[in-house]
Design a protein around this ligand. Structure first.
Ligand SMILES: NC(=O)c1ccc[n+]([C@@H]2O[C@H](COP(=O)([O-])OP(=O)(O)OC[C@H]3O[C@@H](n4cnc5c(N)ncnc54)[C@H](OP(=O)(O)O)[C@@H]3O)[C@@H](O)[C@H]2O)c1
Length: 263
């Protein structure tokens, strides 16, 4: 089984480390923050004295620091990087940029997880640079599958669309939940009752949509009786161009992701 080093042991690293430890992997990590080191130790992760020390015996190196730190970090460890598989979770830092700091021919996977990874229901899309082998792709898949589902995209540009859909997507659903809870309260329910109704409805709709063989549009039509309450609501959504608003929001997020990758 691979030995995996985590550089940065914050939120996303902690979620992935938890999943991997329960699958029996040997993990090593470095983070300058004592609280992060302590939390990782508590999971059974060996704490290294530096990033270079952390990767010395590792086959896989997880880059789990904030995007603005990644390139300096790669400069720091580059001399000890040969032959390892790198997996970056940093938003917006391109493979070309990262590979320019690493020895020629380094295998690098760039991925975009999302916040539900913290509760093991994440969605991660991965992109492989040319040197990544089929075996390394399998290893990367199993690392990210420890916090939810994963899929591979063929081009790096698709990661900007992924960012706009599943990366930022949890916030869109939170916004919908927030708006529905507020609507329930303004119609006369208590905040507590409105929250319970909305959260369980969101969960139930997601589980139904995942388990059903019908697509989301069909499911929506199935619960929309002609002349009924749901139809009244859906017609109102259509009258204020809900679908257009969602389309515009995703395009705005994608455009911003492209801009951030160029910084
Ligand atoms: N959280 C998510 O759901 C999510 C989703 C998609 C992508 N990501 C990506 O995941 C990455 C990490 O996010 P996060 O939420 O886990 O951040 P985080 O909780 O802040 O964790 C990053 C950790 O790395 C440490 N660090 C800083 N410089 C370092 C260095 N040179 N060497 C080793 N560790 C260093 C940080 O310490 P300091 O606090 O001292 O800087 C911090 O403890 C980001 O690039 C983000 O784009 C996260």
């Amino acid at each position: 089984m691979s030995t995996i080093a985590f550089l940065g042991a914050g939120n996303i690293a902690n979620a992935i480390m938890g999943g991997l430890i329960s699958d029996g992997h040997t993990l090593c990590a470095f983070d300058p923050v004592e609280d992060c080191r302590e939390r990782a130790r508590g999971l059974g992760v060996t704490i290294a004295s530096s990033n270079t020390d952390a990767i010395s015996n590792a086959d896989i190196v997880m880059l789990c620091v904030k995007p603005d730190v990644v390139l300096d970090l790669l400069n720091e460890i580059s001399a000890s990087s040969t032959g390892k598989l790198f997996i970056s979770v940093a938003a917006g830092i391109t493979t070309a940029n990262m590979l320019s700091r690493l020895p020629e021919g380094t295998a690098l996977v760039r991925c975009m997880p999302n916040t539900p990874a913290l509760v093991k229901t994440g969605m991660t899309a991965l992109f492989a640079s040319p040197a990544v082998t089929a075996e390394q792709k399998t290893s990367a898949t199993s690392v990210l599958t420890s916090v939810g589902e994963s899929l591979w995209v063929e081009t790096e540009a698709e990661l900007d669309i992924v960012t706009a859909l599943s990366g930022s997507g949890p916030a869109y659903f939170f916004l919908m939940m927030e708006s529905m809870i507020n609507a329930g309260v303004s119609e006369g329910l208590s905040a507590e009752v409105s929250t319970q109704l909305v959260l369980q409805t969101a969960l139930g709709a997601a589980v139904m949509a995942k388990q059903s063989e019908s697509d989301a549009g069909t499911l929506r039509k199935q619960v929309t009786s002609p002349g009924g309450t749901t139809q009244a609501a859906v017609e109102y959504f259509q009258s204020v161009k809900f679908e257009e608003a969602v389309r515009g929001a995703v395009t705005a997020a994608r455009t911003r992701s492209v801009e951030l990758s160029k910084d």
